[in-house]
Design a protein around this ligand. Structure first.
Ligand SMILES: Cc1ncc(COP(=O)(O)O)c(C=O)c1O
Length: 394
């Protein structure tokens, strides 16, 4: 069968590959410490579960408007209006099948064959693939580990070419946890606005910020630059609702209409009763969110301190998200020359599942999720220490 060029070029995501291999080992009876998960280990807040059950019982099981239920669009506009100091209205919001669908539909709506998109790197695995899927090319801008993988305006501006239609940032970042500061964000948006380039800000991890840090959202610049700023976020991580598949985008009403048109031919509405659950989470789950954030900050500290003690491993403390992204290149040796090989070695020899940095464009690194219990972090660290001494010749 002849595949389209678009599909033929797509590889299985490395994240999925590690998950699949870890499951195979589990099925064979091995006890695996899972440091690969891109999702909170907490349960969905009860208030969301109850609202979804009620919606089902009320028979709220039919198609809705493709852009999402009006109540949720309005509630998101109000919520972010307060946060951003912007008068967002319901028609500035589209509810999507996860942030992933929002990003995909926006890319489809904005990128043509031959366009380029500036992306800080390391970056989330789906950004380059979605850009290529739309016929565009990513232009990667390397971030420095010594700088905590901070996203800065000038290198992004310097990378812009004549073909560039979009700058795509993700703060806090998956995989690095790095963030962009408010003044850098303003510089970037001002510059892009002058050149007619949009700034797409993936704020999926907006709540996962530590050490009392304040969040710098591109949304705060939307009143000044309404045709430049696009914000994407999600219920997945904030409310531990990854399986519910509810995300959203905020942008000018004109762009949102076009994205909703793409969505109307791609997925139609996100699941009706899941949107009711999301609405309840948005307005009634703050204490659940706070509990999770407190746990994640202490896990982050525990993990990073443990990693720093390991010979050959260097790790900056991530200011946000729930991933550590240590450099392990000093541990590479014959038979274990890159992050993919070390990921396979750690899984097979130590029973620890991590994601190789090469998946994010950084082969010297591995990604460790601390969305797991402190005891799993402690056991994983012990196993990592033993495995990185490479007792078995390879
Ligand atoms: C940076 C980033 N953006 C978007 C997503 C997609 O999230 P969702 O579950 O809302 O589709 C993820 C999920 O891992 C992510 O890490």
């Amino acid at each position: 069968m002849q595949l389209s060029r678009r599909a033929a070029g797509l590889a299985e995501s490395a994240t999925m590959r590690v998950t699949r291999k870890a499951q195979e080992l589990r099925d064979a009876g091995r006890e695996i410490i899972d440091w690969s998960a891109g999702q909170p280990d907490f349960g969905t807040p009860q208030v969301a579960v109850g609202a979804a059950i009620q919606a089902l019982e009320e028979g709220f099981t039919r198609y809705t408007a493709a852009a999402g239920i009006p109540d949720l669009r309005r509630a998101l506009a109000d919520h972010y209006g307060r946060l951003h100091g912007v008068e967002w209205k319901a028609d500035n919001v589209v509810v999507t099948v996860g942030a992933k669908a929002a990003l995909f539909e926006l890319t489809m709506a904005l990128i043509d064959e031959g366009d380029s998109v500036v992306v800080p790197s390391p970056c989330w695995v789906s950004f380059p693939e979605q850009i290529r899927f739309a016929g565009g090319q990513p232009i990667f801008v390397p971030l420095a580990a010594e700088d905590g993988f901070a996203i800065r305006a000038q290198p992004l501006i310097d990378a812009i070419e004549d073909t560039t239609r979009m700058v795509l940032i993700n703060s806090p970042s998956n995989p690095t946890g790095g963030v962009i500061a408010a003044d850098e964000l303003r510089r970037l948006v001002e510059h892009c606005a002058e050149r007619g380039i949009v700034v797409l800000s993936d704020e999926t991890y907006e709540r996962f910020l530590f050490d009392g840090r304040e969040y710098a959202s591109a949304g705060a610049l939307a009143a000044e630059f309404p045709d430049t700023v696009i914000v994407v976020s999600s219920f997945s991580k904030t409310y531990a609702m990854t399986g519910w598949r509810i995300g959203y985008a905020l942008a000018s009403a004109d762009l949102i209409r076009r994205v909703a048109a793409v969505q109307s031919h791609a997925t139609s509405n996100p699941t009706s009763f899941a949107m009711r659950g999301a609405l309840a989470a948005l307005t009634g789950a703050e204490s659940d969110v706070q509990k999770m954030l407190t746990a994640f900050e202490s896990r982050r500290n525990f993990l990073v301190q443990g990693l720093e003690r390991l010979p050959g491993v260097t790790c900056t403390t991530p200011p946000g998200a729930f991933y550590a992204f240590p450099n392990v290149a000093a541990c590479y040796r014959d038979g274990c020359r890159g992050s993919l090989e070390i990921a396979e070695y750690l899984l097979e020899e130590a029973g620890v599942a991590i994601v190789p940095g090469v998946a994010f464009g950084a082969d010297e690194h591995i990604r460790i999720s601390f969305a797991c219990s402190e005891s799993d972090l402690a056991i994983g660290l012990e196993r990592l220490e033993a495995a990185l001494r490479f007792p078995a010749a390879r």
